[in-house]
Write a protein that binds this ligand. Structure first.
Ligand SMILES: [Zn+2]
Length: 212
C-alpha cells in the first residue's frame, strides 16, 4: 500500500464516524460556510489551526504561508482577507506565529535559498528593525523566539494597513485583528496584541514577551 493511501483510508474512517455521530453533518456542510474567524498562520505541519483550537469543519477560514507573513502584494492573501471580511463577514482575524519557527531561524541565519529566501525578505526587515535587542539575547532559542514575537507584531501592523482591513476599519465595521503565538512546548496559544479601528498604528507600545 502506498503511504498516501493511508490518508484515503483515514478519510473514509473520519467520514463514516461523522455520519454515525451526526447524520445531518454533511447536509449542513453542503448549505455553505459561515466561519467566525479568519486564521493566518505558518505552514508548519505542527501548528494545525483546526486541531489546536478544536474548531469543527466550517469554523475557521484559513490562509497559511512560511512564517505567517503579510505582503500587500500577495494576491493570494489579499483575496483571502477581502473575501473573509466582505463576503464571509468575519469580525475577528487571527494572525498566529509559533515559537521554534524554521522560517524565523532561516531569516536569522540568512540560510534560505531560492524562492524561500525571496519570500522571507519581510522577515529579515523585522530582524533588522530589532537586531540590537535580539542579538544581545544570551542564547539562540531566545533570539529565535523573540523574533517570532516581533514578527507577529510587524505582520499584524502590515495586515491592518492592507486595503481590505483599512477599508473595513474606515467603514466602521466591527473588526479586530489578534496577534497570537503558539507554543510548541505546551500546545498553548499566547495572545500578544490586538488591533482594531481605534488603534493608532504609529503609537503601538513596545512588545512585551509572552514566552515564559
Ligand atoms: Zn513556522
Amino acid at each position: 500500500m502506498k503511504e498516501s493511501q493511508q490518508l484515503i483510508l483515514s478519510n473514509m474512517a473520519w467520514a463514516a464516524e461523522q455520519h454515525h455521530f451526526d447524520p445531518d453533518f454533511f447536509t449542513r456542510q453542503i448549505r455553505g460556510q459561515r466561519p467566525e474567524f479568519l486564521w493566518i498562520g505558518c505552514s508548519d505541519s505542527r501548528v494545525a489551526p483546526d486541531q489546536i483550537t478544536q474548531s469543527p469543519p466550517g469554523g475557521l477560514y484559513i490562509h497559511r504561508n512560511i512564517g505567517n507573513l503579510v505582503y500587500g502584494s500577495d494576491l493570494n492573501l489579499m483575496a483571502v482577507v477581502q473575501y473573509a471580511i466582505d463576503v464571509l463577514e468575519v469580525n475577528d482575524v487571527i494572525l498566529c506565529g509559533h515559537y521554534g519557527c524554521s522560517g524565523i531561524v532561516a531569516a536569522l541565519d540568512d540560510s534560505a535559498k531560492g524562492p524561500t529566501h525571496d519570500w522571507l525578505s519581510n522577515l529579515r526587515t523585522v530582524y533588522d528593525d530589532h537586531r540590537a535587542e535580539i542579538d544581545a539575547l544570551p542564547d539562540r532559542e531566545s533570539k529565535v523566539n523573540r523574533l517570532v514575537e516581533y514578527n507577529v507584531r510587524a505582520q499584524l501592523i502590515h495586515l491592518a494597513a492592507t486595503p481590505p482591513v483599512a477599508g473595513a476599519f474606515a467603514a466602521g465595521r466591527r473588526l479586530t485583528l489578534h496577534g497570537w503565538v503558539y507554543d510548541l512546548r505546551d500546545g498553548l496559544l499566547k495572545p500578544l496584541m490586538d488591533i482594531n479601528a481605534a488603534s493608532d498604528l504609529r503609537a503601538l507600545a513596545k512588545l512585551e514577551s509572552v514566552l515564559l
